[in-house]
Design a protein around this ligand. Sequence first.
Ligand code: SF4
Ligand code: SF4
Length: 488
Amino acid sequence: MSNEPNDTPRQIAAKDISPDPVKIVSPQTLDLYAKRKKIQPRAIEGFFQNIRIITIWATMAVYFLLPWVTWDGRQALLFDLPARKFYIFWWTFLPQDFIFLSWLLIIAAMSLFTLTVFAGRVYCGYVCPQTVWTKIFLIIENFTEGSRNARVRLDKAKISPEKIIRRGSKHIAWLAVAFVTAITFVGYFTPARTLTTELLQVNLGGWELFWIFFFTMATYTNAGWMREQVCMYMCPYGRFQSVMMDKDTLIISYDAKRGESRGGRKKEADYKSLGLGDCIDCELCVQVCPTGIDIRDGLQFECIQCAACIDACDSIMDQMGYARGLVRYTTEHQLAKGGRFKFLRLRLVGYAAIIGIMLTIFATMLTLRVPLEVETIRDRNQLYRENSQGMIENVYLLKVLNKSQKTRHFTVSLKSDKHISMSKPVVMDIEAGDLASLPVTLVADPEELHHNKYEVTFMVQDSIDPGLNKTSESRFFAPAQHEGRDHD
Ligand code: SF4
Ligand code: SF4
C-alpha cells in the first residue's frame, strides 16, 4: 500500500538547460602545446657562481676521472653487466647482492629528500648533471658566440660566414663534449682502458657503438637544445619537490617588503621619500636566469636555485650603495616574520635519524657480509647407491662462489655421523668473482648405519684465512632396512 496521499504521479518542475542554438559559437581549439621561447641567459659573476664553478668542476672531475682509477689491478668502479659483477673499490657485488645496491639507492633517495627539506633544490642548482652539463655548454656558447647581447644579435642576423663559423664551432664543441661524456659513461660498464684502445683502433663492438652514439646525442640534445625544458617538463623531482618543502626550507626569494614599490631612480635620489623600495627594476635578475623566470613573482617550480639572481641583484645593490640581500637565501617564515633560520626542525631531525639508522644497517650488513657463497645440490636421480665394495654412496654438487677480490684456495670438510666420510679430500682454487661446481661423494659402511637419514654439513674454508668459511647443509640417505638396527 502506498504511503503517498494519492496514487497520482507527482510532477517535478523541470528547467530546459539545452544550449541556446543562437548562442552556440563555433568550437575553439585549445592548444596545449606552448612553443618554447629561447632563453639567452646573461653570464654573471659573484659569490654563489664561484661556488657553482667549484661544484661543477668537482662533479665533472669525479665523473671523468673515476673510470681511470684502479684498485687491486682492475677498474675501481665497474658495472660489468655481461659478467654480472659490480666492482666498487674493494667490494665485488654479484646479482645475489642486489639488496646492497637497492639499499644504497634508497639511502641516496632519502638523502635527497632530507636535503630538499633543508635547502630546497640546492642539488639541482649545484651538482645535478643536467645543470652541470648545461653550464658547460653555456660557457662554450659564451666563448664561441659572445655575450648575451651578441648572441641575441646573432639569432636575429641573416645567415653569413661569421654566423656559420660561430654556430658551427659551437655545435662541434658541444658534440665533442657530448662524445667524451658518452665514452666515459660507457666506460663505467665496459673497462675504460679497453674501450679507449678499441676506439683508437676503430674496433668497437656494435653495442658499444650504439650506446656511445645514444649518450652523445642525449647529452648534446639535453644540455645544448633542451636545457631548462628538461628541468621544467621531464624531471619528476622538480615537480614533487614542493611537497617536501615547508615554510622553514631555505629557498631563494625576493624580499618584496623591502623591494616594493620597484622603479628606476637616480643613484643619489632619496627614493624612500618617492615611495620606492630597493628594487630599481633593472631586470638583471631575469636576464641571468637560466629558466627565464622572474624571481620577483614568488617561488616558482621552474626555479632550479642556481642563485644567479642573487649574485645579479647583489651586484646592483653594490652599485646603488644599498645593503645586499634583496634577493637571497631565506625561508617563508623569515620573510613573513623575520628572525633566524630555524635549523632544528622535527621533520628534518626525523629524516636525518632515518638516514642514520639506514646507514648503520647498511654498514653492519657490509661488515657481516662473508665474501663466499656455498650451495649443496643433492643428486636427484637416486637417493643413494651401493658401490662395488658394498658401501653406501650419496652424491652431491657443491656450488662455491668466491665473492672476494682475489683467487682463493678452498678446502671442504664434513660434519656428520662419524661413519660417514668423503670418498676423497676436496680442494679447489677459485678465481675472484668465479663460481665453481664440484662433485662430492659421501660414503658409509651400511653395517654401521642405523638410520635411513642423516644430517650432513659441508664446510668450505679458505686454507690461508680460516676465518673465511661458510657451511651448507644437506642429508645422507641409506637403505630403509637399516632403520632402527640399534634397537634390535
Ligand atoms: S630564479 Fe634565480 S635561482 Fe631560480 S633559476 Fe632563476 S636565476 Fe636561478
Ligand atoms: S636585480 Fe634586484 S634590483 Fe634589479 S630587478 Fe632584480 S630584484 Fe630588482
